[in-house]
Design a protein around this ligand. Structure first.
Ligand code: HEM
Length: 362
């Protein structure tokens, strides 16, 4: 069956493809980090949440709980901007795969509503649900894992133009998935393992925050957080190797020397990740910074994989640009105001928590 590619949107791109690609990478990184903190934090809260009162694990779960509904809201909100860039740049591929797996894709909306409601009830209104709060939190975690799997399905199906026509011929009712793709399990595992690793780092940072107020708990949180970071981080590295080997040979080759630039970005991501693991125990703040930069490099690698996979069928650089400086200015202003507002909200929330818990900010 021939490869069928939908035509380019006649509206074209509102700005140069290179600028939109840079914004896509820049805005997707915070979404992924927020998802990691929320999902990983939820897993830690579930693992330690049933410990007896007075146990340091129970206190960690208590301290994480208040963050999770807000983390979920941040994950969802921070997904909007990359979604816009994804649609503008790769609409031919993204809409096609979304239509092919329409039912599963639409399932994300009720799943997110129930996952958020579960977290809200379990952690912000526990008196309403009594001893069902633990089960509700597990349900939210399971739904988050399912949502991530649906995203991974769509993000890999959109990279396979050769599959679209046969899948549509097999069923025109939006029931397709991409389960036969060897890239899918590797990519999913690699994305999900980042969650416990990043949450471990957050736990260690919390320990650092409480070092003067509660030295014993601080030492426990730093030890436990580092352990999660090291174990999940090590597995993350192994799954990364699997992910690289699961790529089609012509694409994987680019990251193993054929393209010095892409190989360099992947190497930088790995070096930053390893450096974060090495310094995590002694310098948690530095490890957090290295991790953020490493995730940024990996998001860039992921973007380059998409470009290689879609070429020559879908090529954002070939879409006509109908630049509109009015809209571009409105977008830049809205983005600036949004960033400042979210930064201020996070600052206020941390200050409130700090004063409630008796911790000095910083
Ligand atoms: C609990 C909720 C969510 C989780 C756990 C989650 C998780 C993920 C994961 C794991 C990926 C990477 C998939 C891959 O490439 O294999 C991803 C990508 C993405 N997510 Fe989310 N997500 C959530 C909610 C959302 C929401 C509500 C939106 C939109 C408003 C969103 C927008 C995106 C976009 C646009 C991408 C792809 C970005 C790109 O390829 O440039 N996410 N998400």
């Amino acid at each position: 069956m021939p490869t069928v590619i939908p035509p380019v949107d006649p509206l074209g791109l509102p700005a140069a493809a290179a600028l939109l690609k840079a914004l896509s990478v820049l805005t997707f990184t915070p979404h992924l980090l927020a998802m990691n903190v929320t999902l990983g934090g939820l897993l830690m809260a579930l693992v330690y949440g049933r410990r007896p009162e007075g146990d340091p694990g129970a206190l960690l779960a208590e301290r994480l709980r208040g963050l999770l509904p807000a983390g979920m809201a941040m994950t969802i909100t921070l997904g909007v901007a990359p979604l816009l860039f994804l649609q503008a740049l790769y609409g031919q591929a993204f809409y096609t795969s979304s239509v092919l797996m329409a039912w599963t894709w639409l399932f994300i909306i009720p799943a997110l509503c129930v996952a958020y409601l579960g977290l809200y009830l379990a952690y912000l209104r526990p008196s309403w649900v009594g001893d069902r709060s633990h089960a509700l939190a597990w349900l939210s975690a399971a739904l988050m894992l399912v949502v991530a799997a649906v995203f991974a399905n769509n993000m890999t199906l959109m990279l396979q133009p050769g599959l679209w026509a046969p899948l549509y011929a097999a069923s025109a009712y939006g029931a397709a998935l991409n389960l036969g793709d060897p890239m899918l399990p590797a990519r999913y595992l690699h994305t999900i393992l980042a969650a416990p690793a990043v949450a471990g780092l957050v736990c260690a940072l919390m320990g650092r925050r409480f070092r003067t107020l509660d030295a014993a708990w601080s030492a426990w949180a730093r030890r436990t957080g580092s352990r999660w970071f090291h174990v999940a981080g090590g597995l993350l590295m192994l799954s990364g190797v699997w992910h690289l080997l699961a790529l089609p040979v012509r694409v994987g080759r680019q990251f193993m020397g054929a393209s010095p630039h892409d190989t360099g970005v992947l190497a930088a991501g790995v070096v930053l990740g390893v450096a974060a693991l090495v310094v995590a125990k002694r310098a948690t703040g530095v490890a957090a910074l290295l991790t953020v930069l490493g995730v940024g490099c990996m998001v860039l690698v992921r973007h380059r994989v998409r470009e290689y996979m879609l070429f020559p069928h879908v090529n954002a650089a070939g879409i006509p640009v109908h630049a509109d400086s009015g809209w571009a200015t409105a977008f830049a202003v809205a983005l600036g105001v949004g960033i400042v507002t979210v930064g201020w909200l996070v600052h206020v929330a941390l200050q409130c928590r700090g004063s409630r818990e008796g911790v000095m900010p910083g």
